[in-house]
Design a protein around this ligand. Structure first.
Ligand code: AHR
Length: 350
């Protein structure tokens, strides 16, 4: 920790000297001495959600908030995340934050962090490890619940529109295989399809990326002539799929009975919600990327020797412009579907 304190102290002194504001020096000195050194291994920058998540973490784990953040973008590669964690261990950081690309394969490196007595906070997706004492806490979304909410809405949509379950011809454009968000959302759909008798035609991964999703959708349209529901596991995939559908001369919207392809999405980022408002995405289940503050509070508590909650779920909503369904039920909880307006969209910062 000492070497970071000294380094950061010198940088801050340099900046302040450059600004010539001598009176701020002592104020800055005070907090520089108490900085918490955090190494954050972010899995990549594949989506609007991810960019917002990175920004949230950087804003919360900031110098102003008494953190010295070491950031690493692993470009979707688990081996790069493992290398970054090993480097953070060598650098003797006070805490490691990990947003894991997939669930498995973390036991060894997390054991190394534990042996070095460095607490690890997992964020966004989960890790599947033998010993859950290898991480101190987790902050993220209930991805299975998100998927169940979407499927419950789809079930009601079919009822309201007078469609038989077997008349729903669905394709699933999946996220990164093995990621908790993919596993939860995919499982929710396959279970609901089995339970309700829906025609689940195909499930193909597109790594949460727009261009890949467009290519996947082009292939799916060639392979299946009767698709009327596309379940996209994030907004960027939905936007790519919509492009492919429209280029194929088909329409997206809320009206399957009149030939629309119904698009369901997750994230509710600005880009997704714009498409909801335009009527191109029928339902967008929010996945909240603003996890930085929660992570920062946990780190401060851990650093102060306090016991923290092991699992923290972030709050999420559901958006649509289809006003014939008021609420969706998942896990016995009711969620009001927010009928999206321009005002709500304008308030969306990411
Ligand atoms: O794990 C969360 C998912 O990862 C988000 O839904 C997606 O946009 C992101 O890339």
């Amino acid at each position: 920790m000492k070497k970071y304190i000294i380094l950061t102290f010198l940088i801050v002194l340099g900046v302040l000297a450059g600004c010539g504001k001598k009176e701020e020096t002592s104020k800055e000195d005070a907090y520089v001495r108490n900085l918490i050194n955090v190494g954050f291994s972010q899995l990549g920058a594949e989506s609007d959600w991810r960019v917002a998540n990175t920004e949230s973490m950087k804003n919360s784990l900031s110098l102003d908030n008494d953190f010295n953040l070491l950031f690493d973008d692993a470009q979707q590669k688990q081996d790069k995340q493992i290398m970054a964690i090993r480097k953070f261990i060598q650098q003797e950081v006070d805490c490691i934050v990990l947003a894991p690309v997939t669930e498995t394969g973390w036991d060894t490196v997390l054991k190394e962090a534990k042996d070095a007595k460095i607490p690890v906070i997992i964020t966004d997706r989960m890790v599947d490890v033998e010993d859950d004492s290898l991480y101190t806490a987790w902050v993220g979304s209930d991805f299975l619940k998100e998927g169940k909410i979407a499927c419950e809405w789809l079930k009601r949509y079919a009822e309201v529109e007078g469609l038989e379950p077997s008349e729903l011809h669905i394709v699933d454009i999946q996220g990164t295989l093995g990621a908790t968000s993919q596993i939860g959302r995919t499982n929710a759909l396959s279970e609901a399809a089995k339970e309700n008798g829906w025609d689940l035609l195909d499930a193909v991964p597109a790594d949460y990326a727009q261009t890949k999703a467009k290519e996947v959708m082009q292939q799916l349209l060639k392979k299946h002539s009767n698709i009327n529901v596309v379940y996209c596991e994030n907004d960027n995939e939905a936007i790519g799929a919509i492009e492919a559908i429209e280029e194929a001369g088909k329409t997206v919207g809320n009206d399957i009975n009149n030939g629309d392809i119904l698009v369901i999405s997750f994230d509710a980022a600005h880009s997704g919600l714009s498409n909801v408002l335009e009527g191109k995405i029928a339902l967008d289940v929010e996945c909240n990327p603003l996890q930085g503050d929660e992570v920062a509070w946990i780190i401060k508590d851990v650093n102060a020797g306090k016991t923290v909650e092991k699992y923290t779920y972030v709050e999420e909503s559901v958006f649509s412009t289809y006003d014939k369904i008021k609420a969706v039920i998942a896990d016995k909880e009711a969620y009001d579907v927010t009928i999206l307006t321009q005002e709500i969209l304008d308030g969306r910062k990411y």
